[in-house]
Design a protein around this ligand. Sequence first.
Ligand SMILES: [Zn+2]
Ligand SMILES: [Zn+2]
Length: 146
Amino acid sequence: MQSTTNSGSSSSGAAGQETLVKQLAEAKEMRSKMIQDLKTSQDSVEAIRDAIAEIDKKQRKLLECPICYTQYDKQSRVPLILTCGHTCCARCIAHQVRRQAINSNSPVFKLLCFYCRQETNSTTKNFDIELFSINKIMLDALPTDY
Ligand SMILES: [Zn+2]
Ligand SMILES: [Zn+2]
């Protein structure tokens, strides 16, 4: 009776222990898998963050005047598109108008693009923004606080 109980309890104890060992092994395996998953998801979060930062950087660069490397705005650095298709800010265009006006005998002359050296918009010696087109796509792409 005693031995049966003993053997029974011992056998059930052994079985219980076996289950526990098995559960522990499973839990251990699950834990390492979860850590692995967590690491993977952290990696992908970081990769996504890097990708977003890269996109932001490219966008900032696109919204920068290629002459003065300053972001366009809706005040003095309005993005102006020349007839050749190149865009730069109103300040740099005004500067170029003043520079090129020195070499022109006529009060109205064609502004040369600083990239492709093509003749572009007709301009008066005094910079007049009305003679140029605003690059609305760039203007709309500016962050809202600009
Ligand atoms: Zn500029
Ligand atoms: Zn050009």
